[in-house]
Structures are given as structure tokens and as C-alpha cells.
Ligand binder design. Structure first.
Ligand code: XUL
Ligand code: CO
Length: 438
């Protein structure tokens, strides 16, 4: 018996008016040498999809996510059933979870771990049955009141140890389920005021937790990627993992940069005052491009609204970065997105995923068209052409010195920049590529 009264979603093409169909996402269509399914590697977020009920700070939930279960463990089992049915019907190959999403915490750590031990074999059996894979796992170290002052950066060593125990178990589960990645999002790793905070010790301790986790997971056969997911604020006033550049500096300080890549979330990038594309490009040029949490914020709201991504420009610029990075390896596009509180039917979950998946299918196709068109790349190449020969080549090769550059500049005497950056032209090229077929 099925939980959702929805048929399998099929690709019907851009002219279809059937809301429960894909207009652009055609899983087996080849774009850029790989199928869309392989390029996009979509994942379902367990927390938003199977747990989030629309609760916000002004009101209780608007959608029931117990899926007919009555006790906490029964509900956990029903969530598994619902999740795999949904992935099957949407043709989503991967999922991502926090420990707390998949089993009730119970009254103690032991009870939590026992509950996880009961649910993990059920998830594993469903993965086999439906041929689904785990993109990444993580531990929720932010929801419980014990983490009010942080987890890996907690001022209380007992809380730190508890967090470590949760990470250990979440890693065990990720390994058991063949996960391709493990994410650290520093939920409450940050501070509200420096008056009560030893920032140096907190960051040293965070690095210690990451080091222990890498050592433990590698020792136990984890072959996937570790990711840090940057976010600048919310819930704390200042989150340590502010943005990609800050995280890279942190990792390098502690010698962890070879062990971690980034999980870039669109809405976190904009909260940091960056574009999504900037964060992806920063990760890429530093060899730290890993995975993506696909969503979008709202220009008028200053918080993490986690909306399903429908902005095709952003999806296109995102996929352009993914293509430039050579595509995903262990990462993918996890929809860390939720339907609006007012979109409260189960059908809305399907409509939301369809909308997000179609937007990224468009993004992929358009990004590939931009690459094939070549005008943007050509423009950028020409813009920096002066570094290919003469003094430019000396700068790039490291031969130039301040003295040699000074001598060269004096020989030129007058230097004027006459070359336009042509932003408007380039934006019109993007529009032509995107809408030229109209
Ligand atoms: C919170 C967020 C998390 C992480 C995983 O803003 O994005 O759900 O993706 O902990
Ligand atoms: Co996220």
C-alpha cells in the first residue's frame, strides 16, 4: 500500500501542462557526455521532506509527517517507507540524513543508539529494494538544549564528549549504508558575545573533533568525502564556518585542508553576502569543490528560508561552476529545501521537488550551452591575454620582481586601461543563450 496518492513522475517535455510531470528533467538524456541523472545526482533531504511539518516561530505545524505511525518508533519506520516511495516516484537516486531525522532520541544516548540500530537495517533493506544510495550522513548537534552553547565548541567538556559520541555513531551508520560523504554543519558552533567566549580554545577544540572524526572514519573503512557546510549566521549571531574562505583558512591553520571539501548551500552563500556562484567558485579554485545543498533564499527576508530553487539564472550559474569543476565526484545536489508553510499537502512535496529538479535540469542544459557557445569563455581568455607573453608571462611564471616591473612600467611611461569589462554585453549573451529559442 502506498503512502502518497501520486503516480511515478515521468518526463513529458516542456509543453506538458500536467503538474505531476517533469518538463525539463529527462533522467537518461545525455548532456555534456553524461546523463542528466549522472550530472545532477539529486538527493532528498530526510529532515525537510520527512520531518519538517511547517512549524515556525509563530505557529505550529501545518502538515502531518507521522505518515500513519503512532509511536515514535512506528513513525520512524513510516518515514522510511514514505521516503523511499517518494524517491522511487520522483526518480531521486540519493538521500541525506541527520541521525535525529531517522530515529527518536529517546531518554538517553543509549536509547538513541538502540533506536538507530533498529532503524538502520530497515533503511538498508529499502536502499537495496529501491536501488537508492546515501549521498551523505551527519549528526544533529544543534537541536537539543544541551547544545545551547555549541557542540564541538561547547564550553562544557561533557557536552563535547556527547557530541563526539553522536558523530561516532553517525559515521558508523554512514559507513554501514555505504555513504559517499559525511557533512559537518556547525549548527551552534559560534558565539553570541565574545564577553563569555574563549574563541581560541573553541576553534582548537572544533579542529580536534574534526581530526578525531577523520581518523576514526578512515580507520573504519570510510572512503567517501568529508564536507564542511559554511553558514555565516543563524542560529548563532556569528557562526565560525562563516563562508568558504573562512573555512579554508581554518582548515589550513589546523592542517585539515587535505581532508575536507565544501558542501555549499545557496541560501547560506547569500546570507554571507555572496552569490551562490561566488562560493562555488571559491571552493573550485581552492580544490575544495565537493557537494551542494540546493535551495534559495528570498531577497526581502534576511533568514535561511530554504526555498526550493526555482531561479534558473542561479541554477545555470551553479551548474556552470559544477561543469568547470569537472562535475561531481562523490557529491551531488541535495535539496535542502522545504515547501512553504502554506504549501501543506503531500502533493506539494512532489510539486516542489519537480520544480527544483526541473530548474536544475534547465540550469544544466543552459550551462552546457554557455560552454558550447564559447563567447563568455573566449571573452575571459582574451581579457587576460596580456599574461600569456612578455611581461605578463614573466609575472605568471614568477620571474618578475618589483624592480623589473618598475623598470618596465617606466619604459611605458603612460599606461591607460581602455579595454571594457563589457558586463552588459556578457549578460545579454547569457540572455540570448537562455531565451534565444523563444
Ligand atoms: C542548516 C542546514 C543543515 C545542514 C546539515 O541551515 O543547512 O540542514 O545542511 O546539517
Ligand atoms: Co544545508
Amino acid at each position: 500500500m502506498s503512502i502518497f496518492n501520486v503516480e511515478k513522475i515521468k518526463y513529458e517535455g516542456p509543453k506538458s501542462t500536467n503538474p505531476l510531470s517533469f518538463k525539463y528533467y529527462n533522467a537518461d538524456e545525455v548532456v555534456g557526455g553524461k546523463t542528466m541523472r549522472e550530472q545532477l545526482r539529486f538527493a532528498m533531504s530526510y529532515w525537510h521532506t520527512l520531518c519538517g511539518d511547517g512549524t515556525d516561530m509563530f505557529g505550529i505545524g501545518t502538515v502531518d509527517k507521522s505518515f500513519g505511525g503512532l509511536t515514535p518508533m512506528e513513525i520512524a519506520e513510516k518515514k522510511v517507507e514514505a521516503g523511499f516511495e517518494l524517491m522511487d516516484k520522483l526518480g531521486i537516486d540519493y538521500f541525506c540524513f541527520h541521525d535525529k531525522d531517522i530515529a527518536p532520541e529517546g531518554a538517553s544516548l543509549k536509547e538513541f543508539q538502540d533506536n538507530l540500530d533498529k532503524i538502520v537495517p530497515i533503511i538498508k533493506a529499502n536502499m537495496k529494494k529501491y536501488n537508492k544510495k546515501l549521498l551523505w550522513g551527519t549528526a544533529n548537534l544543534f537541536n537539543n538544549p544541551r547544545f545551547v552553547h555549541g557542540a564541538g565548541t561547547a564550553p562544557n567538556a561533557d557536552v563535547y564528549a556527547y557530541a563526539a559520541a553522536q558523530v561516532k555513531k553517525a559515521l558508523d551508520i554512514t559507513i554501514e549504508l555505504g555513504g559517499e560523504g559525511y557533512v559537518f554543519w556547525g549548527g551552534r558552533e559560534g558565539y553570541e558575545t565574545l564577553l563569555n567566549t574563549d574563541m581560541g580554545l573553541e576553534l582548537d577544540n572544533m579542529a580536534r573533533l574534526l581530526k578525531m572524526s577523520v581518523e576514526y572514519a578512515r580507520k573504519n573503512g570510510f572512503k567517501g568525502d568529508f564536507y564542511i557546510e559554511p553558514k555565516p549566521k543563524e542560529p548563532t549571531k556569528h557562526q565560525y564556518d562563516f563562508d568558504t574562505a573562512t573555512v579554508l583558512a581554518f582548515l589550513r591553520k589546523y592542517g585539515l585542508d587535505k581532508d575536507f571539501k565544501m558542501n555549499i548551500e545557496a541560501n547560506h552563500a547569500t546570507l554571507a553576502g555572496h552569490t551562490f556562484q561566488h562560493e562555488l567558485a571559491t571552493a573550485r579554485i581552492n580544490g575544495a569543490f565537493g557537494s551542494i545543498d540546493a535551495n534559495q533564499g528570498d531577497y526581502l527576508l534576511g533568514w535561511d528560508t530554504d526555498q526550493f530553487p526555482t531561479d534558473v539564472y542561479n541554477a545555470t550559474y551553479c551548474m556552470l561552476e559544477v561543469l568547470k569543476a569537472g562535475g561531481f565526484t562523490n557529491g551531488g545536489l541535495n535539496f535542502d529545501s522545504k515547501p512553504r508553510r502554506g504549501s501543506m499537502t503531500h502533493e506539494d512535496i512532489f510539486l516542489s521537488y519537480i520544480s527544483g529538479m526541473d530548474s536544475f535540469a534547465l540550469g544544466l542544459k543552459l550551462a552546457y550551452k554557455i560552454v558550447e557557445d564559447g563567447r563568455i569563455d573566449e571573452f575571459v581568455k582574451n581579457r587576460y591575454a596580456s599574461y600569456n607573453t612578455g611581461i605578463g608571462a614573466e609575472i605568471v611564471s614568477g620571474k618578475a620582481t618589483l624592480e623589473s616591473l618598475s623598470e618596465y612600467a617606466l619604459s611605458l611611461n603612460v599606461v591607460e586601461e581602455k579595454k571594457s569589462g563589457a558586463q552588459e554585453y556578457l549578460e545579454s549573451v547569457i540572455n540570448q543563450i537562455m531565451f534565444g529559442g523563444i
